[in-house]
Design a protein around this ligand. Structure first.
Ligand code: FAD
Ligand code: NAI
Length: 328
């Protein structure tokens, strides 16, 4: 019987590693604490339709990722989003068109990770608390005190602070992960039954509590009858207001949105707030992935590269490549 490889984290990095390892002939078993795959690329189903609360869109600059995204497009998992972009700076809102190609999952961001999961063996709602090595193989312990294993190797594909906690068996790697600071982001979704009087569909924001806003409904394949918006606060504002109750976060970011549009905004018919504790790495790194190949322990995630969807996917590929090469 072949002993599978465990992958902790079913975000885009973990799924990228899973896909590459399976293509190389290995069997993998995914674990994630959430109810489904996606991580920061997941979308929330709500009364106002599916909402992309995390990653808003992504760009593809590396040749390998460009090829992969083309495959996703052929499968119908992604489409190009061509929003009417604005920039808000010094109290001024100005159109800010550009030539950048931006991709989104269709009909929601989570369509990509859902499709990548396919028939990979996976256990959801399972938070791993410990990764330890027996005489020959690896074992995982979860928050319910169940143990899983044996596994030949372990790939940890979580944000850096969560990886640190799982790296007790490899203190050097734990030290590297512990040095990566990740900043939070408060996200708010608002829905209006009468469309807001603006042509804006996406906006980069400066000098405000807000960092970014998007008209969710303007993305391809979204069929909400309501005018839905996603608002992201800056890292600084999110950190300062990390424990603010959700109602207060909604009120303050709704206020910042009204200020930006210079209009008395109607009350939303639907609103929600979501706090991403580990939204983005404070800096970028060039590690690709981290590994202790002799131990059989690998680490990947956006924080090993650019802190974007592309970086996370490339990091998963790199972890898989190193693992496979070590076995050759
Ligand atoms: P994650 O997606 O975080 O996946 C890690 C997974 O590990 C999660 O599913 C989690 O549940 C699981 N996990 C963690 N700990 C454990 C444990 N102990 N046991 C089991 N499972 C565990 N990128 C862009 O390119 N464009 C954007 O516009 C953009 N906007 C963003 C906006 C926001 C608000 C946020 C939060 C992120 C945004 N990003 C954007 C970044 C992008 O979403 C991430 O870079 C990428 O999704 C990270 O993927 P990942 O697989 O490395 O990590
Ligand atoms: P991109 O090339 O569209 O954007 C990169 C940056 O360039 C933007 O943040 C913005 O400052 C600037 N920019 C781009 N086009 C612009 C325009 N037309 N007008 C004005 N400014 C413009 O995409 P890329 O490089 O793939 O970046 C992904 C995006 O994801 C970034 O905006 C980044 O801030 C965001 N992100 C947000 C996170 C969060 O937690 N809120 C986490 C990770 C990424």
């Amino acid at each position: 019987m072949t002993v599978p490889i465990a992958i902790i984290g079913a975000g885009i990095a973990g799924l990228s590693a899973a896909q590459a390892l399976r293509e190389a002939g290995h069997s993998v078993h995914l674990f994630d604490k959430s109810r489904g795959p996606g991580g920061r690329m997941s979308s929330k189903r709500s009364d106002a339709g599916a909402l992309d609360l995390g990653a808003q869109y992504f760009t593809a600059r590396d040749r390998r990722f460009v090829t992969e995204v083309q495959r996703w497009q052929t499968q119908g998992w992604v489409a190009e989003w061509t929003p009417q972009l604005y920039n808000f700076q010094g109290g001024q809102l100005t159109p800010s068109p550009d030539e950048q190609t931006r991709w989104v999952g269709t009909p929601r961001m989570s369509a990509i990770t859902r499709a990548l999961l396919g028939d990979v063996q996976a256990q959801f709602g399972c938070r791993i608390t410990e990764v330890y090595r027996g005489e020959e193989h690896w074992h995982l312990q979860d928050a319910e005190s169940f143990t899983h294993g044996p596994f030949s190797h372990v790939v940890i594909a979580t944000p850096a602070p969560q990886a640190t906690a799982l790296l007790a068996a490899a203190p050097k790697l734990a030290g590297v992960a512990a040095g990566v600071k990740m900043d939070p982001t408060w996200a708010v979704a608002l829905a209006f039954d009468t469309p807001l009087d603006t042509s804006m569909q996406g906006c980069f924001v400066q000098d405000s509590a807000l960092d970014w806003l998007a008209r969710n409904r303007s993305k391809p394949g979204r069929d909400s009858t309501l005018d839905t918006w996603i608002l992201h606060a800056t890292s600084a504002w999110s950190r300062q207001h990390i424990d603010l109750p959700k109602e207060a976060v909604i009120e303050q970011l709704h206020g910042a949105f009204a200020e930006l549009l210079h209009s008395a905004m109607p009350a939303p018919v639907f609103s929600l707030a979501h706090r991403w504790l580990y939204a983005r790495p404070a800096g970028s790194h060039e590690w690709g992935a981290l590994a202790d190949a002799d131990l059989g322990l690998y680490v990947c995630g956006d924080w090993c590269l650019s802190g974007r969807v592309e970086g996370a996917w490339l990091s998963g590929q790199e972890a898989a490549r190193r693992l496979h090469e070590h076995l050759q």
